[in-house]
Write a protein that binds this ligand. Structure first.
Ligand code: ADP
Ligand code: MG
Length: 311
């Protein structure tokens, strides 16, 4: 043992080792970030401390800081992926503290935001929609966007907030606006759910006894902000209209849970659609009852404009 220690001592005192060591130390000390740190804390740091902490300083200079050397999170070269080091002084030595790098921060924020928005049968791509992308020169966009902004601003303060009933023809951007609303809300930390009504109705019809469907209905009832996309494009039995849609809307009215709709129909066209059940019977009173709930929950805004779908 002693001879090994002697050997090490000799080696460390040898000219070759000293030179390499001093060179490395010089290189580390001339790193821009290290220089700034040493300058800032010059009252607390002496050469001894630098020698003691050279391993940490070496680790620091070899790591990427502020994502300067990585193009994306996957390419992060740091020991802890997504974390970058800062130099600190702890108990008379220089140490490192690892924090989330800007890309990891942005990635986590995006993931958190996505987790707040649930989509049922609505493609997730719609979540790339943002309010800023809406052309305010098109008819009624300014009205719709300012109502959305008021909504987002007042959410959480006013517990009797109405949603919007966006109606207009195919391809004018109704669903796109719902996606933008969901994003605005997620930025505020508010969970929402977009449901494509025709598919929801189809699935409920084909699997009445399925427990997962009961869970889905429950989730739709209780989500803080619900968006029913394309109501009126489904074919609805009286059971679906009264027992499912009716009870979802009733619950949301009583609990003051904001609800948005999009439709190709205006209110009176939708009432007409809901009046004729699949069996062809006319049930005006029941349709009127659903319409009362929709009117209570949402402000109608008509959207006109060109069909943006390229098909
Ligand atoms: P609607 O629901 O009224 O039928 P969509 O919202 O599906 O219409 O819009 C039709 C197409 O146009 C979609 O591909 C959508 O992404 C696109 N779109 C709609 N509004 C905008 C917008 N403001 N900026 C860019 N693309 C848009
Ligand atoms: Mg749509």
């Amino acid at each position: 043992m002693e001879s090994l220690q002697n050997h090490l001592k000799q080696f460390m005192n040898s000219k070759g080792f000293r030179e390499t060591y001093l060179n490395l130390k010089q290189q580390i000390k001339s790193d821009k970030d290290v220089r700034l740190f040493l300058e800032k804390h010059k009252d607390q740091i002496d050469e001894n401390m630098i020698d003691r902490s050279l391993g940490k300083l070496y680790e620091f200079v070899t790591q990427s800081k502020f994502c300067r050397e990585c193009r994306n999170l996957d390419e992060c070269k740091n020991i802890l992926k997504g974390y970058h080091p800062t130099l600190i002084i702890e108990r008379k030595t220089i140490d490192l503290k690892y924090d989330k790098c800007p890309r990891k921060e942005a990635y986590d924020a995006r993931k958190k935001q996505e987790s707040l928005i649930k989509c049922m049968y609505v493609p997730k791509e719609i979540l790339n929609a943002h309010l800023e992308d809406i052309d305010l020169n098109e008819p009624n966009r300014l009205k719709a966007v300012s109502l959305v902004q008021d909504f987002v601003e007042q959410y959480g303060q006013n517990d009797r907030l109405k949603g919007l009933y966006l109606y207009g023809s195919f391809g004018v951007g109704k669903t796109f606006i719902l996606g933008a609303i969901a994003n605005e809300l997620a930025e505020k930390g508010v969970p929402s759910m977009l449901v494509y009504v025709p598919e929801f109705v189809r699935e409920l019809k084909s699997a009445l006894q399925d427990h997962s469907l009961n869970e889905k209905i429950d989730a739709v009832k209780k989500i803080p902000v619900l968006m029913l996309d394309d109501i009126g494009a489904e074919s609805m039995s009286s059971w679906m209209r009264d027992d499912i849609l009716g009870s979802i809307l009733q619950f949301r009215m009583l609990e003051n849970l904001p609800t948005f709709f999009t439709s190709n129909f205006n209110f009176s066209e939708l009432e007409h659609h809901l009046t004729y059940s699949q069996k062809g019977e006319i049930e005006q009173l029941k349709a009127k009852r659903i319409m009362e709930r929709i009117r209570f929950l949402a402000i109608p805004v008509e959207l006109k404009g060109k069909n943006r779908r390229q098909e």
